[in-house]
Design a protein around this ligand. Structure first.
Ligand SMILES: [Fe+2]
Length: 408
């Protein structure tokens, strides 16, 4: 039997386009003109999936979503918000309303179709996830608190990332087209200068719009990475700020080692996300004062692999998943989870490892007070060349001894 999808969209043209894409893939589509109408139709038809616009008269997408998600009979239906994603606040608003995924406009028919397909496959497993947890996300100084399943938060951010990445791709396509147009313009200029003045103005306008768009997207991506990092840290107050400080120190090391800005941008994202796998570790273990037993330590160790699983599907322009799984590997093969050694450990992970250890030792932990920067630097110096990359250790020590870097 064909899967049934309800779409709520107030623009007739948009609704038509969406309906055609979905019908072509064999879905039965029910169209509602806003949230209110959607609610009526959802109750009547019990669809397998709901796709809703955000801005609509009478009842907007957030309200529609909230109503569905607080209704015992409807809340298991996956809810997708379809929107112009302008900032991370919108992402959080959707999460607060209980939405499961985001698809951004403009979307390509393929991306939309594939997303819908994967949601319908995953749809049932969503409800079997771990129970809802209190989540607090800080954005621009305001704390947003709500209840959500950690797995759902990850799915949500994951879909946001995928959307951003696919938008990035279509933006680079536009860039290529602009470049072509530029070459083309060169030839034409010789012929019809006057006619071209208008076209040049258009081209400049398009280029500026493209720049704005890329800038906004970058901001959203950064905001999302930070919000995600905060979510992890809220569960683990003792390492609150740990990821942020590891990001700062990693970037400082990368800069001093002479890597490109692109590489350093990647280090920042990796710093912010390297411990994301801790979402699978029970809070009691994370905040346990005193030593951990072997069983507990093994659960903690699993965070490297869990982080990899969460991040591997996201197409970052940097090897974020690889750095995440490798950040506890050691040069001499004594690390975990795979016991990698030497240069099989990527440079990003070798930098993260040093920054991670220095930050962890320099600050307070549930099982011991802060040891201080001096002891941290001694640890990396003593194990330089065995556990840690000597070039990274050297640069990191200089940063502190020359007072070029300090934890905030
Ligand atoms: Fe870690």
């Amino acid at each position: 039997m064909a899967k049934r999808i309800c779409i709520a969209e107030d623009s007739r043209t948009q609704a038509k386009i969406l309906e055609e894409i979905l019908a072509k893939r064999g879905y039965e589509v029910i169209v509602a003109e806003d949230g209110m109408d959607g609610l009526y139709k959802v109750n009547e038809a019990m669809p397998d999936l709901i796709i809703s616009d955000v801005e609509m008269p009478r009842m907007n997408g957030y309200e529609f979503c909230r109503t569905v998600k607080t209704d015992e009979a409807l809340k298991q239906i996956p809810f997708v918000l379809l929107t112009l994603l302008t900032n991370v606040k919108d992402v959080v608003k959707g999460l607060e309303a209980g939405a499961d995924y985001y698809i951004t406009k403009p979307y390509s028919a393929d991306v939309l179709g594939e997303t819908v397909e994967s949601i319908l496959i995953a749809g049932k497993t969503l409800q079997n996830g771990s129970s809802a947890a209190d989540v607090a996300i800080e954005i621009e100084g305001r704390i947003h608190r709500f209840q959500a399943d950690p797995q759902k938060i990850l799915n949500f951010f994951h879909s946001t990332f995928e959307n951003l990445v696919s938008r990035n791709e279509s933006l680079s396509l536009t860039k290529q087209e602009l470049r072509k147009l530029n070459t083309h313009l060169g030839e034409k200029v010789r012929e019809k200068t006057r006619f071209l003045e208008g076209e040049i103005a258009e081209r400049i306008k398009a280029e500026n719009a493209l720049k704005d768009n890329l800038g906004n997207m970058r901001k959203t991506l950064d905001g999302t990475v930070r919000a995600l990092a905060t979510t992890i840290e809220m569960r683990d107050p003792y390492t609150a700020g740990h990821q942020r400080r590891v990001a700062q120190l990693s970037c400082a090391i990368g800069r001093k080692m002479g890597f490109t800005q692109e590489f350093i941008d990647g280090l920042e994202v990796m710093g912010f996300l390297h411990d994301i796998g801790k979402i699978i570790v029970p809070a009691e273990i994370l905040s346990k004062p005193g030593a951990l037993n072997e069983f507990e330590f093994n659960i903690i160790k699993a965070h490297a692999h869990a982080g990899y699983n969460i991040l591997k599907g996201i197409e970052f322009p940097w090897p974020v998943a690889a750095a995440t799984i490798q950040h506890h590997e050691r040069l001499d093969g004594s690390g975990y989870p795979d016991g990698l050694s030497g240069e099989t450990i990527i440079m990003e992970a070798r930098i993260l490892a040093v920054a991670d250890v220095v930050e962890a030792m320099a600050t307070h932990r549930p099982y011991r007070p802060a040891l201080g920067t001096e002891i941290a630097l001694k640890e990396i110096a003593e194990n330089s060349g065995t556990r840690y990359d000597p070039a990274v250790v050297e640069v990191c020590r200089t940063l502190f001894t020359e007072k070029e870097f300090n934890f905030e």
